[in-house]
Structure formats: C-alpha cells, structure tokens
Design a protein around this ligand. Structure first.
Ligand code: ADP
Ligand code: MG
Ligand code: MG
Length: 882
C-alpha cells in the first residue's frame, strides 16, 4: 500500500480526510497545500509504517527507503535544492503527528541535512556564514537530544561557558566564528558521550530521525498523555518531512503562532504572538518574550513592543488572508504556526483551536451569522457538559488566594461567606441577612434547611461516589466534599487546615468546580449569560423535541429553573418540605402516631404550610406543568435520634419517653430503602395522601383564581410495583378531590401518574399504564434496584470496579445499559395500552447529555434535571435530534 504522501506547490497526495493515515499535522498540511496556501513542500510517512516499525522490533522496513528517496527528490525539485547537495543543500524538519492532537508530547528534529560539507554550501548560498553555523549547532543539539539520547543540558552548558568566557550576554552577539567554534565543541561532546563521531552521513541522520519520531510514540510522556485523553495506543504517529524555512534570517524574518479568533473571548480578531529573527522552537523555549501580533494588541499591552502588523505589514496581510481561507475551508477556529523568511510567509501547521466555553458560544453564533456554518452545526459544535461552567459564578483567574485545602469538587460554582458549623445557625444567620458557608463533617437530612440557607457547602467526609451521596445537596449550590485535610470541630466551632485556624464568622471561599477551599474572600466573576448564550439556546430550542423540566423543591429552585428555561417542574420532592425545624416535629408525631386519628392530628398541623408551599410553586411556574411527588420518605430519616430530640417529640405527643422509644423500635427497619416507603407507605397511611392531595387542590384553586388560569397539578405516586397500589392511592386522591370540590363549590383538574423506579414496574408497565396518566422514570432508584446495590454503600467498591474496568462508568452518573433497556420496555408496554402516555425522566441522570440523547431515542416526552443543568439538557436535547 501507499506509505508516502507528498505535498507542496498547490498539490497533495492526501487531504484533510486522511487524518488516520497522515496524522492531524500531515493531513492539514496536505489540505493547506491543496487550497493554495504557502506551505513548504514535504511528504508524510503514514501511521501504518509506525505499526510496521514496532512489529519489526523498532526497525524501519527496507521497502520504505526507495519511497522516501523518491519523495525527497520530488520535494527537492519543488524547493529548488537537493538533499545532500554540497552547493545548495535541502534542509528538512522531521515532525511527528498523530490523528489526535498531542501537542509537544512527541519529538521533532529541525534543520536536518547539515554536515561539515553542506554547512559550507549553505553559508555560500545564503552568503551568511553566521546563519549557517548557528543552524548547524541547533541541529547538532536537537539531533543529539532526540535521536542520540544525549542530555541537552551538556550543550547548553558549553554555550553558557563560551558566552561567559567571551563576555557575551545574548546569542545575537556571537559571530560566525563563534558558532563554528561551538559546533566543534558540540561534536566533541557527542564523540565523548557516544565514543563515535557525530554522524556525517545525511541519510543516516534522516533514518535516525524518522526512527526516533516513530519511537517517540512510545515515550513515557506520550503514553501518559494518551491514558489521560483516552487515545488508543495502536493509532501510532505519522512522520512528516518538510522543507525548512527560516525565521532567523534577519529582521525581515520571524516565527509565530496565531489563533484565527480570540480563544478566550471568541472575538473575531487575530490573536497571537511572534518573535522577530527566530526559529519556531525559540517561541516554545521561552527564552525571549514574544511580541504581539496585531497593532490593537500592541496598544493594549502597552509594553511598547512593536507588532508583527507594524513590522511586516505585507506578511501580516498575507497571514490574514490565509487565516480567512483556513476558516472558510475548515469552518472552525484555527490554531496556526507560521514562519516568515525574508518577508515571505509560510504556513507550518494548523489545527482546530482550543477555546473557552464562552469563546465557543460566541464563535458558534458568529460563524453561523457569517454564514460559515449552519445553525445546526453551531448547536452541534458545543460541548453540552461544558455549558455548566457558564452558569455559576467563578473565581477570577487573576485573583490572589490562600488555599487551605482541596476536597472533591461535588457541585460546580464558587462562593464566599461566613463560616458556620451548624445547620440551624446557617438558617438563623441567613434570616438576618448574612451570607454563610456551611461546614460539616458530613451532612444529614436534618441539615437540609441549613444547606438551603447556605451559599456553599463543605464537608470533610464523603466523596463523589461515596456513602451518603444520595443526600448530597442537589440544589445547585457550590459544594466541596471529602476535604480530608480539613479538620472541623463543630463543638468549638473551629476549622483547621494548612496550619491555620478559622472560627465561626471568618470568611471562606469554596470552589465546587475544582474542590479548592480558600481563606478569605476571593474575587469572583458573576455568570455572564451573554446574548450569544440566549441566541444559541434559542436555536437549540427550535431543534429539540424533548421538553425540559427541572427538579425543584423550593421557590428559589423553581425561580432559578424558570430563569434557565425549564418548561415546568418534573419532580417536586415533598419530603424536603418537612425537614424545616417548625415542621419536622409534626412530621415525627405523624410517623410515630399509633393510629389514624393520631396521624390526622399531626398532619393537620402541616396542611396550611404545605398548601403555602404549593401556592408559591404554582405561582412561580404559572402556565407550566408542576409534578408533585407524594411523600416518599425512608422513614428512618425522620425518626428522632438522641435523647433530647426523642424527649421533645414525646412531650409534643403527650406520651412517655419509654413508650415512644418502643414505638421507634417497632418502626425501625433493617433495610429502610427497601422498606415501607413510597406507595407502600401511602397505602398504609392514607391520611398522608389526603393531607397532601388537599393541600395541592386547595393551592391549585387559590392560585388559579389569582392567575385567572386553571392550574392542573400532576400528582406522582412513588415506588409503585403493582397496579393495585396505584389504584388505591389514586382513589384516595379522587375522593379528596371530590371533597374539596364540594367544599369550595368549584371543580379541580389534576392528573395522577407514577414514578417508574422498580424493575417490576418496568415489566408491568402495560398494566400500570392503564391507571397512570403519566410515567416518570426515577433512574436513581431504578439503578439501585436493577443492580441490587445501595448507592449509599456503593462508593467503597464502585471506584475499584471502575479502576479494574469491571464497569465502564459510574451507573449513577451515566445511565447503565440494562437500566436503559428496562426503560425501553416500560415505554413500549406503557404506550401499548395507553398510546398517548406522557413519559419523563426525573433522576439525576436527567442532566447528563448522554442520557438525554438516549431519552430522545426512546421517545420520552420530557427530561427533568436540577435547575442548573437545564441549559445543558436543552442543548443536549437539540443535539440528539441533529
Ligand atoms: P510540535 O508538534 O511539538 O509543535 P512541530 O513539528 O510542530 O512540533 O515543530 C516544532 C517547531 O518547529 C514549531 O514551532 C514548528 O513551527 C517548527 N517547524 C517545524 N517544521 C518546520 C519547518 N519545516 N520550517 C520551519 N519551522 C519548522
Ligand atoms: Mg507544532
Ligand atoms: Mg425514588
């Protein structure tokens, strides 16, 4: 097969389609040549040869030789020089490049083709002996380092010593004879280290360099990079051999890098830097400070450095044209390497430019407006997950900070506030207008109110997939967990870390995107939802079919969700409403009551506040659907612990302490998550259904009056596995509706559906679908029950499973395939008996783009996710249809 692909002179064997064979670098060089850009001619040896090289035990195949010789001849013809010609030698670079960009990870050799004879030829032809010997010494050092494995420090030392001896400070002070002397000393080092002279045979040099570049595919750096970025080991690298052009031929020569647009803001302006009279690797080496590319940047930097635009206006104009041509061809922002040799521009590399999320948005919108790409392509060009970064305040990257410790980033965004160590304190201080960060060893259900009151949460225990994760805040607040290096003493209200002590009221900053915990206030940037964001989301909304709702339990969450474009609430968890201090007592009374009468008494205390909860939600979500899930408490979360709490409850209920303790013992379960919860609780404690349904209907009537619009709540029954469970609860709801209608002399509209979160419910969806007006997949529980594992305990082994490759990913983050299949079955069977059944998903998976994509495939009606993930889901839903 074809192993060698030439390019140059407006032609190329390969094209941008051949990235697999030619690597990104080779393929883009070929394409640049095809579209007539000034590319130094060269050829690329395909990555297939890399595989052969390793198969042969790190040896190049003999058949390659004649192919390379022929290509060298062809390139020499275009360049007007010959490899090894003592009068006019062709110099080349030998460059690496795989199909995935691995910047700086593999090796490159520049200025190859020089020996003691050709260096003189180069000196004569260029009439610049100083340049020739400077180039020769650069080559020896690079070749010795990359191919011969000699430490480049040895060469730097020689140059340093020489400069000191002669009283030189900078390289430009060295004359031709100085460089010739350096070359002599460099060759001596090689001879001493290798016990043989520096290779004078140019073909030996060339083959050595080609083998070294193939070899650099397996250097430690490249291997580590591939692990990190999931790049397969068997892709291999291509090798590109390209005519050298010289940016170090005087003050009308230069080398630089340019982005076709600003990669951090997205502004449509060239953005880059350059060095006058320098070779490409001088920019990377950072020995000299590069100068700004454009006049605008030069003015802005104010360092008096002259711009490329001002110094080399013709080359700049040509560069600008080339950038435009590249954007037109590749329809994306480009990251370019270029060199100017004696006023003439050459393009050396281009690739898609890395950009900030902000820039990505602006570039997508601008390019669509400019007609470079379609709106569909603009929507597809964004990474939905990355949108998340835009939606939270972020630390100012330039801000000074004292980092106390690093925990696990559990919920993105940054926040500063006064340190508090107790949930009730957080609630109390917030009521007084303080901004607080709640620091806990770990959080428990009793902390929920405090977590809501705090602007950020920090725990020293727990981890991303660790126990208690189910109770981790999901309220869109920045959160850092598992900060083991932080010591919290809640009794003394002291936090210690990094040898420092902070007390209650001291200001701390946490960054839930990186896990950093900082002392004091750190400057932040508010989420800046640019007009581009709105424009692009508008386009996305036009393409998507799936509706996007939010999981919201509080008015704050609901407002946030609406602001982010949620089209309703897909899940309002009512149990969260009962953790509040004023309500939890009544809740405990209700649970511990021994009969219906006792329960009714306790529930009556909750009715009016529950009604008020719903009124607020209905008002905020006016015109949009709201799904309310009836109480689904794992009862143990509400049972009182601790002598004082139990005594308080006993007091309120008018029973003795021993009596209450006995009752608690009776109610405690071995496995509460699989115990009397959800529908099972509602079947046994119908008073709960009555109270909640009444609160919902009364709220709907009141809000409906105020809004002059009918409110149709969706009531969701959790954890159903048998149709009869749903029927029993549904009948209670209907009876309550009739009672309310009679009392209020008005009609109420509502729907009753079920959460589908048990494998049995999925399989029986045809049956259950006859009774349900909607389904909503609770993928958290469905994942637990499908795997038969408890999320609260899975942390211990899930990370080990992921490390060992037993599971591909955390099933609580990315929907598992078996869970997906169960959902698919439920959709089919449910819609078979109930064709227009509305079906949603309301687990935490709802904010995961892959899951959204899957939900589009199986034709769900909507996906519901946390408020801050709503824009992510909107975009992912659009992408799923394109
Ligand atoms: P990397 O992938 O590490 O960037 P490159 O192959 O791009 O390595 O080369 C390193 C440096 O040498 C770059 O600055 C590049 O522009 C420059 N360079 C490579 N080939 C040539 C050439 N033929 N003429 C001039 N400069 C070159
Ligand atoms: Mg490069
Ligand atoms: Mg559930």
């Amino acid at each position: 097969s074809k192993w060698v692909f030439t390019f140059g002179d407006g032609r190329a064997d390969g094209s941008v389609e051949d990235k697999d064979l030619l690597g990104g670098k080779g393929a883009y060089l070929a394409e640049m040549s095809r579209i007539g850009l000034p590319v130094p001619p060269g050829f690329t040896i395909s990555s297939e040869v890399c595989a052969v090289y390793y198969e042969l035990g790190r040896k190049l195949p003999d058949e390659l030789k004649p192919m390379v010789d022929a290509a060298l001849d062809a390139v020499g013809q275009i360049a007007g020089a010959r490899f090894g010609d003592v009068d006019d030698p062709l110099l080349v670079s030998v460059r690496s490049g795989s199909r995935a960009s691995m910047p700086g990870m593999m090796d490159t050799v520049l200025n190859l083709g020089l020996n003691d004879q050709t260096v003189e030829g180069l000196a004569r032809r260029t009439a610049d002996r100083r340049f020739a010997y400077d180039t020769y010494r650069r080559f020896i050092q690079m070749y010795a380092d990359v191919v011969l494995g000699i430490d480049h420090g040895l060469f730097e030392e020689i140059l340093e010593n020489y400069k000191n001896l002669k009283g030189f400070e900078l390289d430009p002070e060295l004359a031709a004879d100085d460089w010739a002397e350096i070359v002599t000393r460099y060759k001596a080092v090689v001879e001493r280290e290798l016990e043989r002279p520096f290779p004078q045979d140019l073909h030996e040099q060339l083959w050595g360099a080609i083998a070294a570049v193939f070899g650099s595919w397996q250097n430690a750096r490249a291997i580590a990079y591939r692990r990190l970025h999931d790049i397969p080991d068997d892709w291999g690298t291509a090798v590109t051999i390209q005519t050298m052009v010289f940016g170090n031929r005087g003050n009308n020569s230069a080398t630089g890098v340019v982005f076709t647009r600003n990669p951090s803001t997205g502004a449509n302006e060239l953005y880059g830097e350059f060095l006058l009279n320098a070779q490409g690797e001088d920019v990377v080496a950072g020995l000299r400070t590069p100068q700004p590319l454009t006049e605008a940047d030069s003015g802005a930097s104010g360092n008096g450095k002259q711009s490329f635009e001002a110094l080399l206006p013709e080359a700049f104009a040509e560069l600008k044209r080339s950038c435009a041509a590249l954007e037109k061809r590749f329809r994306d922002i480009q990251d370019i390497e270029f060199t100017v040799q004696e006023g003439k521009l050459f393009m050396l590399q281009t690739r898609a430019g890395k950009r900030s999320t902000q820039a990505a948005l602006k570039i997508a919108v601008d390019m669509a407006d400019e007609g470079l790409i379609s709106r569909e392509e603009a929507v597809l060009s964004l990474n939905a997950n990355q949108l998340d970064q835009l939606l939270h305040p972020t630390l100012d990257p330039k801000a000074e900070m004292t980092v106390l410790a690093k925990g696990l980033p559990a919920s993105p965004g940054a926040a500063s506030g006064e340190l508090v160590f107790a949930a009730d304190e957080a609630v109390h201080l917030k009521a007084q207008g303080h901004t607080v960060i709640l620091a806990r060893v770990e959080t428990s259900p009793e902390d929920v109110q405090g977590m809501h009151a705090a602007v950020g949460i920090l725990t020293t225990r727990g981890g991303m997939t660790e126990p208690r994760r189910r109770r981790r805040p999901r309220m869109g607040r920045p959160c850092v967990v598992g900060a083991a290096a932080v010591h919290i003493d809640p009794e003394r209200e002291i936090l210690e870390a990094a040898g420092m002590q902070l007390r209650k009221g001291d200001i701390v900053t946490i960054d839930g995107s990186t896990g950093k915990i900082m002392k004091g206030r750190v400057t932040m940037r508010e989420p800046d939802l640019s007009p581009d964001f709105t424009t692009l989301m508008g386009w996305a909304d036009g393409f998507r079919r799936l509706r996007i709702r939010a999981n919201a339990d509080t008015p704050d969450d609901a407002r946030q969700a609406r602001a982010f474009g949620a089209e309703g609430i897909g899940l309002c968890r009512t149990e969260h409403m009962f953790f509040e201090e004023s309500r939890i007592l009544a809740m405990r009374e209700m649970i511990l009551a021994e009969n219906s009468e006792g329960r009714r008494k306790a529930l009556a205390k909750l009715l009016s506040s529950q009604r008020q909860d719903f009124i607020e939600l209905f008002e905020i979500m006016a015109g949009l659907p709201v799904t309310i899930r009836l109480l689904d408490p794992p009862l143990h979360e509400f049972l009182p612990h601790g002598e004082d709490t139990i005594a308080a409850v006993a007091d309120a209920m008018g029973v003795s302490l021993t009596h209450l303790k006995r009752r608690i013992a009776v109610l405690s379960e071995f496995n509460p998550m699989l115990g009397q919860r959800g529908a099972r609780l509602l079947v046994s404690y119908p008073e709960i259904v009555e109270m909640q349904a009444r609160a919902i209907f009364e709220a709907a009537i009141e809000t409906g009056k105020a809004l002059h619009d009918r409110v149709t709540p969706e009531i969701m029954v959790p954890l159903v596995s048998v149709k009869a469970e749903l029927d029993i609860v549904k009948e209670r709801i209907a009876a309550t509706a009739r009672a309310v209608e009679k009392e209020r002399e008005t009609s109420v509209a509502f729907q009753v559906g079920t959460m589908v979160e048990l494998p049995r419910a999925c399989l029986m969806a045809g049956e259950i679908g006859r009774s349900a007006e909607f389904f909503s997949f609770g993928t958290n529980d469905l994942t637990q029950t499908t795997f038969g594992l408890s999320r609260d305990d899975a942390g211990r082994f899930l990370s080990e499973y992921a490390d060992k490759g037993i599971i591909p990913h955390d099933p609580f983050v990315t929907l598992d395939e078996a869970v997906g299949e169960l959902m698919q079955i439920a959709v089919e069977r449910g819609r078979a008996t109930h064709p227009d059944l509305k079906i949603g998903l309301c687990g935490e998976h709802g904010g995961d783009p892959d899951t959204v994509n899957f939900c589009e495939k199986i034709a769900l009606t909507y996906v519901s996710c946390s408020p801050y993930r709503v824009p992510v889901a909107r975009l992912a839903a659009a992408q799923a249809t394109l």
